[in-house]
Design a protein around this ligand. Structure first.
Ligand SMILES: C[S@@+](CC[C@H](N)C(=O)[O-])C[C@H]1O[C@@H](n2cnc3c(N)ncnc32)[C@H](O)[C@@H]1O
Length: 263
């Protein structure tokens, strides 16, 4: 009885079909699984640890773009899901950066347990410990909830753009020629069009010197009661007055996007 594992599909977004959670509640063990004919892996989840959600939409693009590339994952999280997925999909090398020592310690344990090679973890405040190193592709799913205070996994400062602007500014220095920055963004922050009196993130990217900027993926995110977004809703509406949350079946939603910024 105690060895009984329960396998459940884990698909927080439409079109995310290949992730599973393997759970044995008797012995308190939980694994995060990705399973397709070509690529499969399992990662042990820390007890009461973080289970990726929005970052999983990267799995829809990673396999088509990372082969033989040098990759950086900025804000990799406890399971390093974007970094590890890239590695299993054929990246040449991967660096996984996080400011949170707990994330880096757990990720190191997963790297050892799974005998992973060509992946390095770095505990760093964004690019601080990367000197002038350059990459072919940079991925990031940065904290971006507009909030005055909150967890370092969610809070992007008062307007949610604090880390995004730093990443846009600093990444261009760390990309090889024609290198690509992929950044996951909430559309209410003014990605493609202005949603407050500040410029759209796309325009800011152009001024910083990126040659081409495009939305490569977009998916709706329902705002669930008691979610961090739900709790920040009034604040978001105040900071981004030109944005209207849409409604479906009585639920408000916004769009999560992945934007590509080409150097
Ligand atoms: C939204 S989570 C994304 C985690 C994972 N990449 C995913 O997609 O599921 C943001 C991550 O960025 C990290 N982070 C926050 N501030 C950072 C900083 N200044 N430098 C590096 N990482 C940071 C947090 O610790 C957290 O792991």
């Amino acid at each position: 009885m105690n060895n009984k594992y329960v396998l459940e599909k884990y698909s927080p977004f439409n079109g995310i079909e290949d992730f599973y959670i393997l759970n044995n509640e008797y012995i308190g063990e939980k694994y995060f699984l990705y399973s397709t004919p070509k690529v499969n892996y399992s990662l042990k989840i820390k007890s009461n640890g973080y289970v990726p959600k929005s970052g999983l939409i990267y799995s829809k693009i990673i396999s088509n773009i990372v082969k033989d590339k040098k990759i950086l994952d900025l804000g990799t999280g406890q399971l390093g899901i974007i970094a590890i997925h890239s590695l299993y999909c054929g990246a040449k090398s991967v660096k996984a950066v996080d400011i949170d020592k707990e994330c880096i310690d757990w990720l190191n344990l997963l790297i050892n347990e799974n005998n992973l090679e060509n992946i390095e973890t770095i505990e760093s405040n964004l690019y601080d410990k990367l000197s002038n190193e350059k990459f072919d592709i940079i991925f990031s799913n940065p904290p971006q909830m507009p909030m005055l205070s909150g967890s370092k996994h969610d809070s992007g400062g008062e307007d949610g753009r604090y880390f995004i602007l730093r990443i846009l500014k600093e990444s261009i220095i760390h990309l090889n020629d024609n290198g690509e920055l992929y950044i996951l963004l909430f559309d209410f922050l003014g990605t493609n069009i202005q949603t407050n009196n500040e410029e759209s993130l796309k325009n800011i990217g152009k001024k910083l010197g990126y040659s081409k900027i495009e939305i490569v993926l977009e998916t709706p995110k329902i705002i669930k009661e008691n979610s961090v977004t739900f709790q920040s809703l009034e604040h978001i509406k105040k900071i981004y007055p030109k944005y209207s949350f849409k409604e479906i079946n009585g639920n408000l939603y916004f769009n999560i996007q992945i934007l590509k910024f080409i150097k």
